[in-house]
Design a protein around this ligand. Sequence first.
Ligand SMILES: C[S@@+](CC[C@H](N)C(=O)[O-])C[C@H]1O[C@@H](n2cnc3c(N)ncnc32)[C@H](O)[C@@H]1O
Length: 377
Amino acid sequence: MTAFGLYFHWPYCTRICPYCDFNVVRNRDVDTAAWAFVLARDLDWLAAKTAGRKLTSIYFGGGTPSLMPPSLAGALIDQCTALWGLAPDAEITLEANPTDAEQARFAAFKTAGINRLSLGIQSLRDQALRFLGRNHSAAEARRALDLSLRLFDRTTLDLIYARPDQSLAQWQAELTEALATGIEHLSVYQLTVEPETAFQKAVARKAWALPEDPLQADFYDLTQGLCADAGLPAYEISNHATPGQESRHNLIYWHYQEYAGVGPGAHGRLLLDGTRYAVETRKAVGDYLALGQRDKFTLEPLSRAEQGAEYLLTGLRLTEGINLQAYEQLAGLRLPAKQVQYLGEMALIEVSDDILRLTAAGRRVLNRVVLELLASS
Ligand SMILES: C[S@@+](CC[C@H](N)C(=O)[O-])C[C@H]1O[C@@H](n2cnc3c(N)ncnc32)[C@H](O)[C@@H]1O
């Protein structure tokens, strides 16, 4: 079945984490009835444009979708089922924060149709959670994980590492603890300092600094090794899973397949009448709720060169790499042999049987590799 995914962006959070640059707002005066009405209209509009596709995945992301009323998530899943139909093994993911309050809703989300929970645990250490500005404790996080592993078919958790003053030994102990829970999917992100975040201001006034290379590379290599030894090899730069437990929704992004997005600041890639469009919605919550679909969804046709570049940027994140023939079909030309040879000699990429993939060294410099590959094309 051709993959087709739907992403919902729920922008509300109880508090804004100091490292976060996602499209989020404080969880105040949420007009749930207005959201139910507006999102239902948006789905009808999108379904009229994407008739004949079956949904293989639905993803509720944020912000903090575990703050949504489970009944709203259920109504949206039911409407999606009626509009597109769901593949038999469709993956329906909800991003959740592990507070006790949100744990109390997990069972209702399962009843609503969620079959995969993505827990934003971030760390199993209280001191790190305070530093990251999280509104939950390590004990709450463990309770949420235990509950999720019991309730849902599939559970994944997010961890942030390479934090200031964190030692390799401390990370080894924390990651080993997470892997010992029997989790089958893990997203592990090295802390980044994003523009216009509280963390950027802290770094600017030299309150603290991120670990520098080669320590950053050591953190990455340690993570790769520990996860692989625990049976969760990396299938993507930051994502690890036991075989078969990969995120089907995110694989749609990385395989450059079709997906639609609703909610403020959501993205999509749609193939309409042979043209691939980059679809984006208005970011501001007020605009999103007030405007009609024609004004809040922008559809930009993508050139063949843009499609080729996107295919490289998304596909090379995967351990499996990209297919050179698929690249040629999208971009309308082959990758320049000179650049491919040069990057091969630099041991940043390897090519075999028309598959081009990054080496471990290449994974650390993905953007540079893509720029090099596209340099003369
Ligand atoms: C959309 S966010 C998840 C939101 C969810 N409400 C939460 O906080 O758990 C996706 C993940 O990106 C990661 N992330 C966000 N900002 C980051 C940053 N600056 N550095 C590293 N990881 C980050 C976190 O692990 C987070 O769980």
